[in-house]
Design a protein around this ligand. Sequence first.
Ligand code: GZL
Length: 307
Amino acid sequence: ACGGGTGGGATGGGGDSITMGFSQVGAESGWRTANTKSVQDSAKNANITLKFSDAQQKQENQIKAIRSYIQQKVDIIAFSPVVESGWDTVLKEAKDAKIPVILTDRAVDSKDTSLYKTFLGSDFVEEGKKAGQWLVEEYKSSTDPVKIVELQGTTGSAPANDRKAGFQDVIKAETKFEIIASQTGDFTRAKGKEVMEAFLKSNPDIDVLYAHNDDMGLGAIEAIEGAGKVPGKDIKIITVDAVKDGMQALADGKINFIVECSPLLGPQLMDLAKKVLKGEQVPARVVTEETTFNQEQAKQALSSRQY
Ligand code: GZL
């Protein structure tokens, strides 16, 4: 169930209302825009005062933002870590200042799990596995080699590391699958297009593109069409997210399969924040519920998508 409740306001650390400091990765993709909207709308609905900062995908900007929230003595800090490593020092500063931290969307590799109260977000390894399972099914009746190129997410980020690992873990069972090129497109359309253009120049016989998000897949579609090939037919495409533009391309047959990664974490985040500040127990890990879409399912689902 999502938060919100009808109780008489939250009893935050700072008197009768809660102030949350939120450090967002950036505005790199349709997913991120939807995630930001979910956080901002849910804070309003929960009567939580939100201090929000956009780090333009730079870790040092996130660390600065978290430090400023500590200075401002917010009641709670939440953030989506742009990369997995390098957070222990600033998280210890928050802990010493007795300000609880909630991780949303992406994970950190800190060994000291007392540095944050809970991690709310998708299981990215599972997402990679779902992508691999579709490919195994799609090519089950052929023994010909399948040449795959991969557009990775932001280098060092949990979704890039885990989506890659989950996918590889599934396809390694079949020797016909070969990843002939793999490079980061930084989760953006522009970079996805640029890297796919380079892939196409050096690999004339690509069968499949696995892109770690819709936005890079949509950029790659422009490159594939620019090279005179038909996306979804000459080159099969698997992406992750299921934002509106990705689902439209799936319904149009330019993408073949999308693994959903829900950005609508806001309601659960606010619910968890209230529980933490009331001193209630919260689970160390809250995994987002999400599904997958093929072309037929996208046509059915498109009109009701929230993002
Ligand atoms: C995943 C999220 C990723 C999305 C991308 O939870 O961190 O970052 O898959 C976004 O679209 O840029």
